[in-house]
Design a protein around this ligand. Sequence first.
Ligand SMILES: NC(=O)c1ccc[n+]([C@@H]2O[C@H](COP(=O)([O-])OP(=O)(O)OC[C@H]3O[C@@H](n4cnc5c(N)ncnc54)[C@H](OP(=O)(O)O)[C@@H]3O)[C@@H](O)[C@H]2O)c1
Length: 350
Amino acid sequence: MSQNPVSSSTKSPEDRYILVTGSTGFIGAHVVDNLLARGYRVRGATRSAQKGEQMKAARPQYASKLDFVVIEDFTKTGVFDSAMDGIDGVIHVASPFFLDTTNNEQELILPAINGVKSILSASAKEGSKIQRIVLTSSFASVVDVDRTPPREFTYTGADWNPLTYEKAVDPSSTSVIAYRGSKKFAELAAWDFIKNEKPQFDLVALCPPMVFGPVVHPVPNVESLNESNSDIWSVAAGTDPLPKARVTAWIDARDLAEAHVQALITPEAGGKRFIPASSEPFSYDYAADIIKEEFEWAKGVVTDGYTAGVKPVASYGVDGETVARELGVEYRSFKESVVDLVKQVKETIV
Ligand SMILES: NC(=O)c1ccc[n+]([C@@H]2O[C@H](COP(=O)([O-])OP(=O)(O)OC[C@H]3O[C@@H](n4cnc5c(N)ncnc54)[C@H](OP(=O)(O)O)[C@@H]3O)[C@@H](O)[C@H]2O)c1
């Protein structure tokens, strides 16, 4: 597409209105804050009016800039139609991300796919001003977990997880496999929509690996922490054995929010698929070292049953460099991310 009106010079951020789905979740709330800090008006889509109210109450300085729309079941056709009035751009973050499932297809895969179809159809309705949609996909839609690539291999936005739909929905598949399928087939549905429907907007897909960092959404207790952060907190809380990392790549949620907003306003990003990821590998052993070193209270709590003092080594490369270069994102260190989260949980949530 020739021009992205979310960034064109005829309108300032103050005149632009961005819809963020998953706005009361871990990553979505950071995206909301990044947009507000830049001056955008933001409409958050949420399943919970109460969480929307809590987000607003925690941001009194943005009272006139932030509103929420409650969409209880975003997989139903047409539910987003009335939320689109005046919207200039969409960041679609919402997707089920929990692993304690009873029916993988119904709880993870179909909601992810139908949520994408629903928001894209609403954005393509006649009269829509939307010119760009940024989709939070996942490294799960990129990585081939059955392959052991050589250390010098680097995954890029051109790679796709070869998982089949049949395997993803097979009742004997784990929820982790089903989650990978939910992200792959939801992202494919978005690219197919662009190809087949030729809407007035273009698409940018972001495929982050593990995401950690402090929370800015309502989290009443540690049990309500999102999936990825609860693993880091479990290390601080003394879990033994430590969680098993499925990948060594990660990104801080604040940097990921920056990548989303840059993807929304950078004209050249249209039609591209990126992997926002720090070049520094992580491990839960390294998290345990950091937590013990930084927090006096954790010294006797964190388990000794792990390999201490060994910096993680990536088993293959992940191209986070393209996001740094093309979207201007600088990555925080794993240490900063872990310290900020653990300090916050210990002081304000536990
Ligand atoms: N955290 C990671 O390590 C990681 C890594 C790669 C990709 N991602 C992706 O990032 C996105 C956000 O995840 P997160 O880590 O921020 O987790 P999260 O806190 O659990 O957020 C998930 C968000 O999706 C919404 N959602 C889930 N199922 C929904 C449904 N059926 N209908 C409507 N909304 C639904 C939730 O809405 P409510 O707020 O209303 O509950 C929540 O806001 C997801 O697309 C996830 O796949 C996460």
